[in-house]
Ligand binder design. Structure first.
Ligand code: FES
Length: 121
């Protein structure tokens, strides 16, 4: 399965405003859900300073969403993205550095920051 979900009709097109950058803790993350009929697209954005990086919210291990709690994507020390499913750790570029999917990557969900707002790219 391609976890980047390019054919998912619920995946938003480029140019959709997600939120103000300041709505995401620094550092921190925020999840987004889009629905189209019976299909759901889940993504999340990790902020670090003035930059934002997006990922499809699907763990390479079992395909589960990473966060069990709203918007809690980072470890307490903010150094890694955590999958609550079985504890996989990812660096902030999306590479799994520990856990059952070691060596795999989160699928990118391209986003960009423009004038203090986060948009799909
Ligand atoms: S579902 Fe993420 S580590 Fe198993």
């Amino acid at each position: 399965m391609d976890r980047s979900e390019p054919g998912n009709p619920a995946r938003p097109a480029a140019g959709v405003r997600l939120c103000a950058l300041d709505e995401i803790p620094d550092p921190g993350g925020k999840g987004f859900r889009f629905r189209e009929g019976s299909r759901l697209f889940a993504g999340f954005v990790i902020r670090s300073g003035g930059t934002a990086r997006g990922f499809v919210d699907s763990c390479p291990h079992a395909g589960w969403p990473l966060s069990a709690l709203d918007d809690r994507y980072l470890t307490r020390d903010h150094r890694h993205i955590l999958c609550a499913g079985h504890g996989a750790l990812f660096d902030l570029q999306g590479a799994c550095v520990a856990g059952p999917c070691h060596g795999e990557r989160l699928a990118a969900w391209p986003v960009e920051v423009r004038d203090g707002e986060v948009w799909t790219a």
